[in-house]
Design a protein around this ligand. Structure first.
Ligand SMILES: Cc1cc2nc3c(=O)[nH]c(=O)nc-3n(C[C@H](O)[C@H](O)[C@H](O)COP(=O)(O)OP(=O)(O)OC[C@H]3O[C@@H](n4cnc5c(N)ncnc54)[C@H](O)[C@@H]3O)c2cc1C
Length: 403
């Protein structure tokens, strides 16, 4: 079966924009800070519309390893943005076929649901890709020198009608319009709003297992190239296949926010971590010990945050927020990167539309819709999180999936 996607006719409209690009951003220098899914998608879409854009990224160079679980892309958001960016063929050529297949197990690792036998065309419903591969596809689509590496944003000051940005390595750069795509701990967000993220009550401990077929063969076989979701006693273990042959796992549990920084666990000592795991996941099958014993560095505790659902602020004429910088949310609906890429799509439309009389109006229109949409996705993510960490999580999940 060919996995090449045939773009819809709509994609060709993008090129028409170049000729009738609205003057709001003509001759303006645009600085996007952060080369994640939000920043790179926006850079690509704005370049397709002929605009002058630079992406400032703190990573030292394009070879920096991108951490984190694979991302699944959804119709109506991430996939639409890739379609608009003209990159669906590149995306489908690199997706993990079958990585979205899943099993649901109980704490004894008994399989209670599996969709591995279902129609393989389901790969198109929520195709998955490693973050690093997605970054490469987006980077390769940009004009040379668009991304300026080793630019860790520290601060900015008003300068003429725009901003002078200052970076950790001493460099500075001017921009008429600054777009913050620097993630959940955005340093630009405070220039727009002082509303802060709230702790969801859940922390996920990220583990990686290299060469899983050899190091954890039983678990590797259980996953069968897809995902596992294990529920019991209000806790979860969530795992998935990475493109490299590695497995990624999260131990996900309700625990105090301060635990991540104050738990005194020695993450370099897997036996120490195993002793903690046995205490926290009492009664879970010994099979799970394998993922703790074989986890490689770095093991990262990630407290999960979200922005208030009713957050609002007054739009500015020369700075705005996208992606996690605007609306970090729990990962339990798989919407964060998808919303980030949809933000990019909608902001690029607003900035190049002829509907608005000035940049502030265009930014206000984008931000109003972005906040509305993100609040819905955040609520869904929070509800899923509660469901997955409730005492009857297994039954809940099985009833949703019809198992
Ligand atoms: C466990 C987990 C699983 C997830 N699974 C999914 C999923 O399946 N699907 C999905 O849609 N979402 C998922 N998400 C959410 C997703 O990871 C984020 O929503 C997404 O990465 C946000 O993209 P972004 O571009 O806004 O920010 P990021 O991906 O965080 O990118 C920010 C970029 O900015 C750079 N940066 C940061 N600070 C600075 C600075 N000061 N100066 C310069 N550069 C800086 C960073 O190096 C990085 O390159 C998951 C999240 C977690 C935690």
């Amino acid at each position: 079966m060919s996995h090449l996607y045939k773009p819809k006719a709509r994609a060709s409209c993008i090129f028409a924009y170049q000729s009738k690009m609205k003057m709001l951003i003509r001759n303006k220098q645009i600085a996007i800070v952060g080369a994640g899914p939000a920043g790179l998608t926006l850079a690509r879409l704005l370049q397709l519309k002929g605009t002058n854009v630079k992406v400032y990224e703190r990573d030292f160079d394009k070879y920096a390893r991108v951490q984190g679980s694979p991302l699944d892309m959804h119709e109506g958001s991430g996939l639409d943005a890739l379609r608009q960016a003209g990159l669906l063929n590149e995306f489908y050529a690199s997706v993990h076929i079958g990585a979205d297949k899943k099993i649901i197990v109980d704490e004894r690792a008994e399989i209670r649901f599996s969709d591995h036998e279902s129609d393989t065309t389901a790969i198109y419903s929520r195709p998955e890709m490693d973050r690093g591969t997605l970054r490469k596809i987006l980077l390769d689509s940009l004009r040379p020198e668009t991304v300026v590496w080793d630019r860790h944003f520290l601060s900015m000051g008003k300068h003429g009608g725009g901003w002078m940005l200052h970076f950790r390595n001493g460099a500075s750069a001017y921009a008429d319009l600054v777009i913050a795509t620097d993630g959940a701990n955005s340093k630009i967000r405070p220039y727009v709003t002082d509303i802060k993220a709230l702790y969801s009550g859940i922390t996920m401990v990220e583990l990686k297992i290299k060469d899983a077929a050899n190091t954890v063969p039983v678990i590797h076989e259980l996953l069968n190239g897809g995902k596992v979701m294990a529920f019991g006693d209000g806790k979860c273990i969530l795992g998935g296949q990475k493109g490299t042959g590695d497995l990624g796992f999260y131990l996900s549990l309700k625990i105090a926010e301060a635990w991540a920084t104050g738990n005194h666990l020695d993450y370099a000592d897997n036996t120490h971590l195993l002793a903690w795991f046995k205490r926290e996941y009492t009664g879970w099958a010994d099979l799970w010990d394998e993922i703790i014993i074989n986890a490689t560095s770095p093991i990262i505790p990630r407290p999960i945050y979200y922005m208030p659902l009713n957050q609002t602020w007054k739009a500015q004429p020369n700075v705005t927020l996208l992606g996690d910088a605007a609306h970090v949310m729990p990962p339990f609906a798989g919407e964060g990167a998808n919303m980030a890429m949809l933000d990019a799509s909608e902001l690029s439309e607003c900035l190049t539309s002829d509907k608005f009389s000035d940049l502030q109006e265009a930014i206000a229109a984008y931000e109003t819709e972005m906040r509305r949409r993100a609040a819905i996705a955040t609520r869904q993510s929070l509800e899923n999180g509660e469901r997955m960490h409730s005492p009857d999580a297994l039954e809940n999940m099985l009833s949703i999936l019809g198992g």
